[in-house]
Write a protein that binds this ligand. Structure first.
Ligand SMILES: Nc1ncnc2c1ncn2[C@@H]1O[C@H](COP(=O)(O)OP(=O)(O)OP(=O)(O)O)[C@@H](O)[C@H]1O
Length: 264
């Protein structure tokens, strides 16, 4: 896993030149992710996130925790452009992405259950975003090999994904989401479908991979211990989809998780 000599912050294997992305998106200097007074609503008018301010430096990994229903997934969906931002601003590398469709935002997502394409091999799952972005075949191959190396699955490249363990499948999902070099990676409970032992190991591996990729990332979890392992910083969503004041309605972060490791 992440057997790479590039361990410094912000170092990406085979980095794309700044100012020119592989999918032709206009490049900008990295400035990270900034949410200003963000409000996100569903079509029925439910607005779980109201007035959220959050800033991530380039390459920073932030864990978003909070009670069930506090709006963690909704924040991610707003950043990705999957739900309506009805107030405030999402800026990625200093660009207001309000008018930018999801697939052009440079945002990658990893979900709880991986959501791999069942009829594609491991390598072809990882290649998916590169095909969609029109990368030429040789560059695709090289990038897929690099990513599979990063998540320590090179020897499984040709395996059908149905034959993978849960942990392996999540590592494929991680590689697939990182392959097109997203500006921001959003991970929604990436460990919650796995058993406890594996969760602890994969939390460490996810952190290593995110660091090696140097990607700015938001990880939603309800587990404070996992948040501490995976992220540089943990923030908590409180009532009304705003950041909670320290100690508000939840166990003290410094005290770590409760007996079951659950922050809810
Ligand atoms: N499609 C939808 N339409 C309307 N309301 C929704 C929709 N999806 C979620 N909600 C509501 O928005 C609120 C926030 O949901 P969200 O899934 O963002 O919370 P969460 O913090 O991620 O919860 P959990 O930890 O249980 O996954 C909840 O009250 C939920 O019922």
């Amino acid at each position: 896993m992440a057997r790479t000599t590039r361990t410094s912050r912000g170092a990406t294997p085979d980095p794309a030149p700044r100012g020119h992305d592989d999918d032709g998106r206009a490049g900008r200097d990295p400035a990270g992710l900034r949410l200003r007074a963000l409000s996100v609503a569903y079509p029925d008018g439910t607005t779980p996130v109201r007035g959220l301010d959050l800033e991530l430096a380039p390459g920073e990994i932030v864990a978003l925790v909070g009670a069930s229903g506090s709006g963690k997934s909704t924040v991610l969906r707003g950043i990705a452009g999957l739900e309506d931002v009805v107030g405030g601003v999402v800026e990625i590398d200093s660009e207001d992405v309000a008018a930018v469709p999801t697939h052009r935002r440079g945002v990658g997502m990893v979900f709880q259950d991986g959501q791999l394409f069942p009829h594609r091999s491991v390598a072809r799952n990882v290649a998916y975003g590169l095909e969609a972005a029109g990368w030429p075949r040789e560059r695709r191959r090289a990038r897929v090999a690099e990513l599979l190396e990063l998540v320590d699955l090179a020897e499984l490249a040709e395996r059908p994904v149905q034959s993978l363990s849960g942990g392996q499948a999540q590592r494929v999902a991680l590689a697939r989401s990182l392959a097109p070099r997203p500006r921001v990676l959003l991970l929604d409970e990436p460990l919650s479908a796995l058993d406890a032992d594996l969760r602890a190991r994969l939390a460490v591996q996810i952190r290593e991979v995110l660091r090696a990729a140097g990607v700015t990332a938001v990880v939603v979890t309800h587990d404070l211990a996992e948040a501490a392992v995976m992220a540089d910083r943990t923030v908590r969503l409180g009532a009304g989809g705003r950041l909670a004041a320290p100690g508000e309605g939840e166990p003290d972060e410094g005290a770590g998780p409760g007996p079951d490791g659950d922050a809810r």
